[in-house]
Design a binder for this molecule. Structure first.
Ligand SMILES: C[S@@+](CC[C@H](N)C(=O)[O-])C[C@H]1O[C@@H](n2cnc3c(N)ncnc32)[C@H](O)[C@@H]1O
Length: 395
């Protein structure tokens, strides 16, 4: 492991979000100011003052996808209704079969609503696939399907030497996490929530990432990659800490907490180490099974999902008019009821804003971290929880 000098003051013992922002001279999150180019699909603003159709993301469509993905023999193509009610192809057998997995590739609400996002200069890869499957690639016609299926190559397994390194890192992180003030605050927050009646039986984590840090896969910026890898381990320990705190409160009842994790990049090594350290039953599922497992007693956890995995919109659609999940830890979003124009990079939509009205909102901004944690886990990256919010369903 290469160690480079930390750019910050090593005499400090505690690092706050504010100190980090002052040093780096940029806010950890200021989504409105993030300059996603308006001529790209992430930054293009779309009027969502009235979402004119039913629910793009629904359980039947997701269940059809699960059935298709799990089927041993697959049809040459699969069709589904788009948001306008037209039957569209969402899968076509690839000409060459080099890939070994089939994945969900979602379209975001701005893409489902705006024809502009079908044009060659603005469209996302997923819109391109939808067009390609439906033979309109050159015509730039919008194919507003909630997702397309596409094959991809599974992440390579770790070598035995890599596994040993990963084991060492996970152990080191575990010790550091357990001793940290942030872990203590997380445990206290969820103990209080459970004592006040929050019913959380399941934690479903989306995209918490591989615990195997990516330098092992040949990334360039070694220190930054290592920090990102450590934060991913830290995110999993956060889920474990919450599960542990809830289990302690519920111990006198027959309620059992479990963890379900969905990330297409998990390898056998990830699953092995995560299962080893989880204090509760843990399972790993393929997309979209994790989404289908979310229920009203679930805490949903995501962190920095790609914009083309629009989890808040998917959940808001699935639970529209019903009791939503017990809570969420996910990226901060601007939840402005009067906002008219929305970008895929906003993650939220008016329907997400409406759903979250039934929740209390909290953040983790007061989670100061020990210098040792900062030096090992952050450095140039902010502490991940500073960019997250916590929503708990109101009783
Ligand atoms: C930018 S990384 C963030 C990883 C980690 N949370 C972190 O903070 O470093 C996005 C993660 O989302 C995962 N991902 C992509 N599509 C996903 C999906 N449909 N469901 C769950 N995870 C997904 C990726 O494999 C990757 O691990």
């Amino acid at each position: 492991m290469t160690s480079s000098a930390s750019p910050f003051d090593p005499k400090k013992t505690i690092v706050s979000k504010k100190w980090f922002e002052d040093q780096r001279k940029f806010p950890v999150v200021d989504l409105d100011k993030v300059n996603f180019p308006p001529d790209e699909w992430t930054g293009h603003r779309v009027d969502m003052s009235s979402i004119p159709f039913g629910h793009a993301f629904n359980r039947d469509a997701l269940k059809t996808a699960v059935k298709f993905i799990e089927a041993e023999t697959k049809p040459e193509s699969l069709r589904m209704h788009d948001v306008g009610g037209n039957l569209r192809k969402v899968w076509e057998e690839p000409q060459t079969k080099v890939e070994n997995e089939i994945g969900m590739n979602y379209l975001t609400y701005p893409e489902l609503l705006s024809k502009d996002l079908a044009s060659k200069d603005k469209r996302s890869d997923n819109m391109e696939w939808a067009q390609e499957y439906n033979n309109v690639y050159d015509k730039h016609l919008s194919i507003p399907v909630p997702f397309v299926l596409k094959s991809f190559e599974r992440k390579k397994e770790a070598s035995p030497t890599d596994e040993k390194k990963v084991e060492g890192q996970v152990q080191a992180m575990k010790i550091m996490f357990k001793a940290s003030g942030s872990a203590q605050k997380i445990a206290e927050r969820f103990t209080k929530a459970a004592q006040e009646g929050a019913q959380i039986k399941k934690i479903v984590g989306f995209g918490l990432g591989s615990v195997k840090w990516d330098k092992l896969c040949g990334e360039e910026d070694e220190v930054k990659e290592q920090n990102a890898g450590f934060q991913r381990i830290w995110q999993h320990f956060t889920a474990f800490c919450i599960a542990d705190a809830l289990t302690r409160v519920y111990c006198e009842t027959d309620k059992k907490v479990e963890i379900v994790l969905q990330d297409p990049c998990y390898t056998a090594t990830d699953k092995k180490f995560l299962a080893k350290h989880s204090p509760v039953r843990i399972s790993f599922v393929r997309d979209p099974k994790g989404i289908l497992q979310v229920d009203s007693e679930t805490l949903v956890m995501t962190a920095f999902l790609p914009f083309d995995v629009p989890m808040p919109s998917i959940i808001a659609d699935l639970f529209h008019g019903q009791k939503g999940p017990a809570g969420f830890i996910w990226d901060k979003m601007i939840l402005d009821e009067d906002k008219k124009l929305w970008r895929a990079a906003d993650r939220a939509t008016p329907r997400v804003v409406e759903m979250l009205k039934g929740y209390t909102r909290d953040d983790f901004d007061d989670h100061d971290i020990e210098w040792e944690v900062f030096d090992k886990v952050c450095r140039r990256l902010p502490y991940w929880l500073w960019a997250m919010d916590l929503f708990l369903r109101k009783p």
